[in-house]
Design a protein around this ligand. Structure first.
Ligand code: ATP
Ligand code: MN
Ligand code: MN
Length: 374
């Protein structure tokens, strides 16, 4: 018996929303391998397989120690046959053959490059790949007609694939705050998404906006967007109006996982020098025409009515797997439906003005944002 090989874990609950999953954990080598396979499954539109790998990775992220041998995994939930095989391979050989083959495959590389273009999903990328288009430059030379989002995506490709830093997120937050307060005094703005979970970088910056007087938030997004546009902060934006039908019994029950808030998917123009009024982010962007003093940053804005704020906050803080697990827990363990708008116990709408109350309704221990990095 080798000492120190037994994990001190007695039992680990099977839903990610029952566990604390910090950003930094002890099993990165294993979770990186599983994440590649998850990504590959998602790019091949094999959602079920993607979720299985993500669940296995999330389980490993929540363990208090590094896994050194497969025998330590006995009795742990969420580890399917395929994931276990990959984990054992990495533990024994340092690498997994399947992961290596995947990362080096032309299809995986091309699908990653093409879906890395803002506005391009797996379906479109796959169609292009089968036409022999493997890179954004192949695409530009192909003569394909692109939509407005995709044109912006190609135009700012390199920058949008550069991680957004925390100082950049803070600088964007100050701009959005100015916009929001200029068009609706008293409105409140909260940083959501990965940065709220404590991530130091992100692929975008996400904000949730609301107003304590229910109803005042209606139609807010177009005003915020006009203000930002007039000040020259937007390189691209697509705003969607809200589509919820509210009744006396509470917000409409979700027809799907997609939520119905007013929202804006945008690309900001962020100054990186001191000439603008923003914080200096100390970063110089190299372009074909040489360095310039601003960069493009993806920003998502969501507006919610005050009464739905806690649900929107919980639903937009992520991680995506954590959200999925919350909804799965609600349905399978509590016979409830959870969305970014509401929680229903069969027909009954359960009110909540904080995330803590929602966890309590669901019979779950409260998990703070920094531990939702499943
Ligand atoms: P990253 O650092 O890569 O941006 P993130 O966790 O912030 O990581 P996002 O894609 O920005 O990822 O999404 C943030 C959260 O918002 C997710 O947890 C997701 O549940 C939610 N979300 C994103 N897009 C939608 C959408 N179209 N409808 C509903 N919720 C969404
Ligand atoms: Mn984000
Ligand atoms: Mn986002």
């Amino acid at each position: 018996e080798k000492p120190g090989l037994e994990l001190t874990v007695v039992s680990v609950p099977s839903y990610a929303c029952q566990r604390h999953t910090p950003l930094l954990h002890h099993n990165t080598i294993l979770t990186d391998a599983l994440s590649i396979l998850a990504e590959n499954a998602e790019l091949s539109e094999n959602e079920g397989r993607g979720v299985a790998f993500r669940r296995a990775a999330a389980l490993l992220k929540s363990l208090p120690q590094e896994v050194r041998g497969a025998e330590q995994l006995r009795g742990l939930p969420c580890l399917g046959e395929h994931s276990l095989r990959v984990i054992k391979e990495v533990l024994e050989d340092g690498v997994s053959h399947e992961v290596e083959t995947t990362t080096h495959s032309e299809q995986f590389k091309a699908m990653k490059a093409l879906t890395g273009i803002f506005g391009v999903g797996a379906k479109t990328a796959d169609r292009w790949f089968r036409e022999g288009i493997h890179t954004p430059s192949n695409l530009q030379r192909s003569g394909h007609t692109l939509n407005r989002a995709q044109r912006a995506g190609v135009c700012y490709y390199d920058e949008l694939n550069l991680p957004v830093t925390k100082p950049e997120a803070v600088a964007i937050g100050q701009i959005v705050e100015r916009a929001v307060h200029a068009v609706l005094p008293g409105a409140e703005m909260t940083l959501i998404g990965g940065f709220r979970r404590g991530k130091q970088t992100g692929h975008d910056v996400d904000f949730l906006i609301t107003h304590p007087d229910e109803g005042r938030e209606e139609g807010l997004m177009p005003k915020v967007v006009s203000w930002l546009e007039a000040q020259g902060f937007l390189l691209y934006q697509k705003t969607t109006g809200n589509s919820y039908l509210e009744s006396k019994e509470g917000p409409a029950r979700p027809a799907s996982n997609m939520d119905r808030f007013e929202r804006c998917f945008s690309i900001f123009r962020l100054s990186t020098d001191n000439e603008g009024r923003e914080i200096q982010t100390g970063r110089e962007i190299q372009t074909g025409e040489g360095p310039r003093s601003w960069r493009a940053v993806r920003v998502d804005l969501v507006v919610s009515p005050y009464s739905q704020f806690a649900f929107a906050l919980l639903g937009w803080t992520g991680s995506k797997l954590f959200e999925r697990e919350l909804r799965r827990w609600a349905i399978h363990e509590k016979a409830m439906t959870l969305s970014s708008h509401a929680l229903y116990d069969r027909k009954r709408y359960l009110r909540a003005s904080s995330e803590e109350e929602i966890f309590a309704h669901l019979g779950l221990e409260y998990i703070p944002p920094c531990d939702r990095n499943a």
